[in-house]
Every structure is written in structure tokens, then in C-alpha cells.
Design a protein around this ligand. Structure first.
Ligand code: UDP
Length: 360
């Protein structure tokens, strides 16, 4: 069986690390995986470092498509992925999450009648202004196998009338967390490098368009982080887009009290997450990692796809409201119980077994 996997963005590299490992270790000689990197994230510290550190096979096809408006980027990817699919003639196309690379892959394959398997299917924010929401709904619509991380995601698809091919396999990111959490603690020296004391700092990330493309929201978030930093050190690994927009909006002075770094390699990020007192983020992946590692999270968004983390009390939605962010952060405390709602850490194996089972 041949699978073409399309990836392009940081969270997709991380998830692909877990799934590709299952293919290589458990299906050698039975499944050939051809990796396509669209180029959506291209900086070394958003891409290359992940391939090296997480032992992801070299992409056979590097499309080198990045930048531009959503339509232009997705259109160029669609044409390029189609060419790859015509050349490779795979049995399945595998896609992750909700980026433009996800949508381009899904559309290219569907038009060529190549069945699509979607990992992280069924997630909904119910906010159609998010580019990710558009991408994930359309990708789900043309997928034959829809691998959901949660029961909530299964129910979202049911509400939309989608039942066939839907499987709750758990969250691939939980597999990743189990695999890397000890390695990160043992191998990363980031705490010493940044001079941090475990349990005595906050970790923040911010890159969602709804925050970065709105100067008021971004300013409000950075002001909150600056205020928190007067009481608790704040580490902010800065996404390249966010860094650029902070400069464009004249907000650089708000960074003065923060420990700002370039985007971090994954093991450093995971080491920081585990050692932090509280996490502030608008990232989907980071919200869940906070939950997996038992760290309270303040989500700087108005809604979340990962509603379980909120329902269970580990995650608070603060939007871009400075007061709510600061108070939420300074009052955050870990809870005692943390039921496992993201599967048992074997999502990657279940995904590949299911795809492979289709050939029987
Ligand atoms: N991450 C990382 N380095 C960083 C920031 C994030 O390795 O400097 C990891 C993080 O641990 C998580 C993933 O990137 O596993 C989340 O990706 P991102 O926030 O870009 O996307 P999202 O999850 O919001 O789609």
C-alpha cells in the first residue's frame, strides 16, 4: 500500500512524527509512505529542526510554497499536490489538522478519486471567520476516513450528518506527549539557558490570526503578559508572523519585560511546558499539552475546539481581555483529578491499522 502524506506546518510535523514512526516500525515492507512538504512553514526553526529532532523521514517532495494570501497559497498548493499525486498514484492521501496544506491536499486527492484520511477530524470552533475552521470543515467533507481525537469531535460530525468512516482513535498529540515527555526533561537544557526555576514562570505563545492580525487584540495580550511579568517571569517563544506584526504595529516596547525567544525546538518547548506554573496560549496543540502535563492553561481566544480541557477546569477562556488574562494567570492552580479524555496514547497505531485494513 502506498500513502502520500501532505504536511506543511509545525503542528503537522509533530503529529507526522508519531504516525510515520508507526508506519516505519510496524508496517515495513507493507506500507510505503511518501512525504510531501508544501513549504507553508519554511524557517529552519519552524521546520528543519523538527525533521531532525523528531526523526521524521526526509520529504520526497518539497513544494516550497509559502506566503501570499490564503487563496493564492492554497491554489498553488492544490496544483502542485495534484502533480505529485498524478506521479505517485497512491492508494491513500493522509492529512492532518486544519491548515491550507490540509485543504489543498484534500481537494487535490478528492478530484483524482484518491481516498482521503483526515487526522484530527470533527474539531469545530463554530467560528467561520477562522481560516482553520473553513479548512477543517471542507477537508472533513471530502474525507473517507475521519479520525477524531475526541467524542466531542465525533458528535460534531454526527450533527453535520457525517457518520460513515468516523473513528474516535484518541489524540495523536497524546501519543506524542507520552513519547517525548521524559526525553524532553532529560535532554533539554533550556531551563538553565534561560535561567528559569521550575514552577516559577509562565510560558506564553501567540500566533492565531484573530489575535495577530488585530492590533488591538495583540496589544491587549502583550500588555497582559507585561503586567504578569512584574510578578512572574514570562517566557514567550515568538512565532515569526507574530514577531513581524509586533514590529509593524509598534508594539515592541511591550516585550521589554518578557523573556522572548525564537520559536523553540520541540524538546525545549515540552521541557518548558512541563516546568511552567501556568501556560498562556492561543495554540490548539499547546492547550492540550498543558492538559497532558497537568499545567493550568489560560487560552487567549474567545472559543476553543478542545472543550474538554475547559469543562474539566484545566483551561480558562480569557479572549484577548487583559484583565481576564492577568487574573486568570495569577490565580491559576492545578486541579487534583485529570480524567483522560484524549484516548490511551495509541491513536497513531489505530489510524494506520484502520487505513491498512481498508486494503484487506
Ligand atoms: N511548539 C514548539 N515550539 C514553539 C512553539 C510551539 O515546538 O516555539 C509546539 C508545541 O509544543 C505544539 C505545537 O508546536 O506541539 C503547536 O503548534 P502551533 O501552536 O504552531 O499550532 P496549533 O497547535 O495552534 O495548530
Amino acid at each position: 500500500m502506498k500513502i502520500v502524506t501532505v504536511v506543511g506546518a509545525r503542528p503537522q510535523f509533530i503529529k507526522a512524527a508519531a504516525v510515520s514512526r508507526v508506519i516505519r516500525n510496524d508496517y515495513a515492507g507493507q506500507i510505503e509512505e511518501v512525504l510531501v512538504h508544501t513549504g507553508q512553514h519554511y524557517d529552519d526553526n519552524m521546520s528543519k529542526v523538527f525533521f531532525e529532532e523528531l526523526d521524521i523521514p526526509h520529504p520526497k517532495h518539497n513544494l516550497e510554497i509559502s506566503g501570499g494570501q490564503h487563496g493564492a497559497m492554497t491554489g498553488r498548493m492544490l496544483e502542485a499536490v495534484e502533480n505529485v499525486l498524478l506521479q505517485e498514484k497512491p492508494d491513500w492521501l493522509l492529512i492532518y489538522g486544519d491548515t491550507n496544506s490540509t485543504l489543498a491536499g484534500a481537494l487535490a486527492a478528492a478530484k483524482l478519486h484518491i481516498p482521503v484520511a483526515h487526522i484530527e477530524a470533527g474539531l469545530r470552533s463554530f467560528n467561520m471567520r477562522m481560516p482553520e475552521e473553513v479548512n477543517r470543515i471542507l477537508a472533513d467533507r471530502v474525507s473517507s476516513l475521519l479520525f477524531c481525537p475526541t467524542e466531542t469531535a465525533v458528535n460534531n460530525l454526527k450533527t453535520e450528518g457525517v457518520r460513515r468512516g468516523v473513528h474516535n482513535v484518541g489524540d495523536v498529540m497524546y501519543d506524542v506527549a507520552l513519547f517525548y515527555r521524559d526525553r524532553a526533561r532529560q535532554n533539554s537544557t533550556i531551563l538553565q539557558t534561560l535561567g528559569l526555576t521550575p514552577g516559577a514562570f509562565a510560558l506564553a505563545t501567540c500566533h492565531r490570526a484573530e489575535n495577530t492580525d488585530d492590533p488591538q487584540r495583540l496589544s491587549s495580550i502583550l500588555s497582559a503578559l507585561a503586567e504578569i511579568a512584574t510578578q512572574l517571569p514570562v517566557v514567550l517563544p515568538l512565532h515569526p508572523r507574530t514577531r513581524k506584526l509586533i514590529g509593524d504595529y509598534g508594539l515592541v516596547p511591550l516585550l521589554a519585560q518578557l523573556t522572548v525567544t525564537d520559536p523553540l525546538p520541540f524538546l525545549d518547548m515540552v521541557a518548558l511546558e512541563q516546568a511552567s506554573r501556568v501556560i498562556l496560549t492561543d495554540s490548539g496543540g499547546v492547550q492540550k499539552e498543558a492538559f497532558f502535563y497537568g499545567v493550568p492553561c489560560i487560552t487567549m481566544r474567545d472559543e476553543t475546539e478542545w472543550v474538554e480541557t475547559v469543562d474539566l477546569g484545566w483551561n480558562q477562556l480569557a479572549g484577548a481581555n487583559s484583565r481576564r488574562i492577568v487574573e486568570g494567570c495569577l490565580n491559576a492552580a492545578p486541579l487534583v483529578t485529570k480524567p483522560n479524555v484524549y484516548g490511551t496514547g495509541i491513536a497513531s497505531s489505530l489510524v494506520i491499522a484502520s487505513i491498512f485494513g481498508q486494503s484487506a
